[in-house]
Ligand binder design. Structure first.
Ligand code: AMP
Length: 361
């Protein structure tokens, strides 16, 4: 396993808050970060050693970026695969482009999970309005139609009931290709973040419960208040997924916990994977000695992995849009761990920061 020692430069594709928190963790270990992103103002740029503003398709800029860094990771999962493939070979890209390819496509990720014995909601690939009309005659309702690619925070997603018009649902979904999924009447939503090194060494953080509002993560609680059976199954499946994918870096796996085991005896169904730091792991900055961001750096650089145990229970609230204006009120509680991402424009639905509250275990 190649070790990338402190003092080296880590290239990060994407300049958002995940890149910012990764760069801060990397700096603590003595690394420099070089951000590559299309924006000239972005949260990660404020805390990094260097940055390149360029399009992800600008090969000359990518070539130069590759020559300045020792290893590349990413903080935005929709970086074009062609960009990752262009960089790979010039400089190691972790996690590898093949994994990103699977994670960028809801059909590939659910198919991969099922091939490896991990349950998902039943689903069908839908390529056109006509295919949707035919599918809706036999597919059990309610269902959810999602765009296969580029969906996040509920964008490109439509719930379908018996009286939903297929043509308007297709239009609302807004993609060229879709996936029709059975609607899961879940008990709660969970996630697990796994870190894995090139030699296969793997650790995972405690299972987290996530509550979404308007399809955006609002609150995460760790450890998740679920039974040990449910938590163990989620953790086991997340590690299985990371191992089978061959992840080097982080893998966040999101699950639906079922109210009762399904016909196959499954307690949880995988919904999505993200081979990068994840919003549901932000609490690890304040409640663990080694955060998900530091763990990412350790995993890709071949360092010993840190502890994932919590020293405190944690509840994290995202600060979305105007919520960030409450910073003074939040800081009146001396136990509030406040993180503001330095974004200049406040917009409805935009993640502006988060706050974590710690509690005795
Ligand atoms: P996703 O973009 O797949 O993470 O979906 C965003 C949110 O929509 C999830 O966190 C769930 O709250 C909800 N959701 C997505 N898919 C389903 C499903 N098949 N059944 C029920 N709820 C879903």
């Amino acid at each position: 396993m190649k070790i990338v020692p402190p003092g080296s430069t880590i290239g990060i594709l994407g300049g958002g808050q995940l890149g910012r928190m990764t760069a801060l963790a990397a700096a603590n270990l003595g690394y420099r970060c070089h951000i590559f992103c299309p924006e000239s103002e972005a949260p990660a740029l404020q805390v990094s050693d260097a940055y390149t503003t360029g399009s992800f398709t600008d090969e000359a800029a990518l070539e130069k970026f590759a020559s300045c860094v020792d290893i590349v990771t990413l903080e935005w999962e929709n970086v074009p695969i062609s960009t990752l493939e262009f960089l790979d070979g010039k400089v190691p890209v972790c996690p590898s482009p093949n994994i990103q390819k699977i994670a960028q496509d809801r059909i590939l990720e659910k198919s991969f999970a099922r091939q490896h014995g991990i349950g998902t909601a039943d689903f069908m690939a839908i390529g056109s309005i006509d295919e949707l009309k035919i599918a809706l005659k036999k597919f059990p309702l309610p269902a959810v139609l999602k765009s296969t690619r580029m969906g996040y925070d509920g964008k490109g997603q439509v719930k379908i009931n018996a009286d939903t018009d297929a043509a308007s649902a297709w239009q609302e979904m807004g993609g060229n290709a879709g996936i029709l999924e059975a609607f899961v009447d879940f008990d709660c939503e969970l996630s697990v973040i796994v870190a894995r090194r090139a030699d296969g060494l793997m650790v995972h953080y405690p299972v987290t419960q996530n509550i979404h509002q308007n399809h955006i993560l609002a609150r995460s609680e760790a450890p998740a208040p679920v039974s040990a059976d449910v938590a163990d199954e989620a953790a086991r499946l997340a590690c299985h997924m990371a191992k089978e994918l061959g992840v080097v870096g982080l893998l966040a796996v999101e699950f639906f916990a079922l109210k009762t085991p399904n016909a196959s005896g499954q307690l949880v169904l995988m919904n999505e994977i993200a081979p990068r730091p994840h919003n549901s792991g932000h609490w690890t900055i304040d409640a663990c000695s080694c955060s998900q961001f530091e763990q990412l750096i350790r995993a890709i650089c071949g360092l010993p992995l840190g502890l994932c145990e919590q020293h405190s229970k944690a509840i994290m609230h995202n600060l979305i849009g105007d919520d960030v204006l409450r910073w003074a009120e939040l800081l009146k509680d001396p136990s509030a761990c406040l993180h503001i991402y330095g974004k200049t424009d406040i917009r409805a639905g935009r993640k502006m920061g988060h706050v974590t509250f710690l509690h005795d275990k």
